[in-house]
Ligand binder design. Structure first.
Ligand code: 5CA
Length: 447
């Protein structure tokens, strides 16, 4: 992509309404524009990152054997009356009446709708286990939408639902989700710690929230420092292997790590040596639940078991805050100049910076590098504007592409360009071919 032909409305001034760094940087980098309180338009750069995050979520869900689908944003109130949540949900639910006077709502989550689909189509234990998921916009009329996409009213969520014959099977689904979430967040360059949480309106005994530690997080958390040394890494997991998934759950959840809702100071002190006790703030980027037969009983979602009895299915639901993740990643990865995208989610893999636009040799070199990188599967953003070099560097630093190739007339005389890492700031001179090979290798390894 040539920057001169792109739409990147970068702001010079720091927007005064933004209280936290990720919100400020998303506005300054031209990624989002507020449409109304807690509702945003996703401008091209923001949309690109949103899609990359979605793609990782899809890949990891499907790796775990979960099946993608898509349910609507608008739902009928009747289903929510069946589960009893139409009244319970309160003012966070956006209620709408259609022209025929029928009560509708903009879905804040989808347990009811998915249970209706499954009860109509699944009758036998032979159809289980089943995990369906979608990535769809949600609406929650939050009292205080704030921090940009972190606490929006309209936001994008991956929500998945498992249906199992027994509690044991449903707990395997729970463990499988925990494992797949660890891998998902790591691919985005994040450490998200599973913490024992409160089930709130969803209900149920088993629930973990995934938290990214950040001073600007809205949740207060308490944990054993040693938990931050755990790395999922690129483990080879067989998601059908019950013992293996349970082992990972055990490894990542046995140390003390809780949100303030479940924190008990006496237990913290008894379980964790003082030197390892930490209290901090965190951003909740996901939550998993097992809630047994709560919805299936209320809504009559039953299957026939092997003995011919009609039994309610065991369910859980599992959410990832897809749009919130952009904010969380930026909170975890930025410096005073701007965003530093992890390789896994960067909007473009490489920035190309032309130090002397209009000079036929540098123009041709930049164009050639761009073509070659794209031929080899990397996305580029080529800053071909008639701008001072300083302004070009500032824009590149602000939008945070992990790698930059700088092409100038002096380097070209020696047959070199400069390859710079946004994260370390280190630059190396090498031939254009060597820089391209290096980048192909870096991204090959990252994906
Ligand atoms: N039905 C369950 C799981 S599918 C559910 O709704 N879970 S949730 O309420 O925990 O939401 C899942 C994730 O969505 C949260 O972990 C959080 O990352 C994200 N999320 C929730 N509310 C908002 C919001 N107002 N703005 C942005 N993201 C949000």
């Amino acid at each position: 992509m040539r920057l001169s032909r792109y739409f990147l409305p970068v702001l010079k001034e720091t927007p005064s309404e933004a209280q936290i760094v990720s919100h400020r940087l998303m506005l300054r980098a031209g990624m989002i524009k507020q449409a109304s309180a807690g509702i945003y338009s996703w401008l091209p750069l923001g949309y690109k990152v949103l899609r990359k995050i979605e793609q990782i979520v899809h890949e990891e869900q499907q790796r775990a054997g979960h099946i993608p689908m898509l349910m609507p944003t608008l739902q009928s109130a009747d289903l929510w009356r069946e589960s009893g949540r139409y009244d319970d949900y309160g003012q966070e639910m956006l209620r709408i009446t259609d022209r025929h006077g029928r009560d509708m709502l903009y879905g804040p989550t989808n347990e009811e709708l998915i249970t209706d689909i499954v009860r109509s189509n699944v009758n036998s234990y032979k159809d289980l286990p089943l995990t369906l998921y979608h990535i769809q916009w949600k609406f929650r009329d939050e009292v205080r939408p704030r921090f940009g996409v972190m606490r929006g009213r309209e936001f994008l969520m991956k929500d998945g639902y498992n249906f199992d014959l027994t509690k044991e099977d449903a707990l395997h689904a729970y463990n499988r989700h925990l494992v797949s979430y660890l891998r998902t967040y790591e691919r985005m360059g994040l450490q998200a710690i599973p913490m024992r949480a409160d089930a709130g309106a969803i209900g149920g005994d088993y629930t973990h929230e995934f938290l990214v530690l950040a001073d600007t997080g809205e949740s207060e958390v308490f944990y054993d420092q040693e938990i931050t040394d755990l790395k999922f890494g690129n483990r080879d997991i067989d998601y059908d292997d019950v013992a293996q998934c349970a082992g990972v759950l055990e490894e990542f959840t046995s140390r003390y790590a809780r949100t303030d809702e479940t924190h008990v100071e006496a237990e913290f002190e008894a379980q964790v040596p003082e030197a390892h006790r930490r209290s901090a703030r965190g951003i909740e980027v996901g939550q998993i639940f097992y809630f047994g037969t709560k919805y299936s009983e209320a809504m009559g979602a039953k299957v026939q078991d092997a003995d011919g009895n009609q039994v309610p299915v065991h369910m859980g639901s599992h959410g990832i805050g897809v749009s919130r993740l952009l904010g969380a990643i930026i909170e975890a990865s930025h410096d005073e100049k701007g965003i530093i995208w992890p390789e896994g989610v960067t909007p473009f893999h490489v920035g190309i910076l032309n130090m002397r636009q209009g000079d036929s040799a540098t123009d041709a070199a930049c164009h050639g590098i761009q073509l070659e990188l794209e031929k080899r599967g990397l996305e580029t953003l080529y800053d071909d504007r008639e701008e001072r070099a300083g302004a070009k560097f500032a824009t590149m630093d602000l939008i945070g592409l992990p790698w930059r190739i700088t092409v100038g007339p002096r380097g070209l005389e020696k047959n070199v360009v400069e390859l710079t890492s946004r994260r370390t700031g280190e630059s190396e001179e090498m031939s254009a071919e060597a820089a391209i090979d290096r980048l192909v290798q870096i991204y090959g390894a990252a994906s």
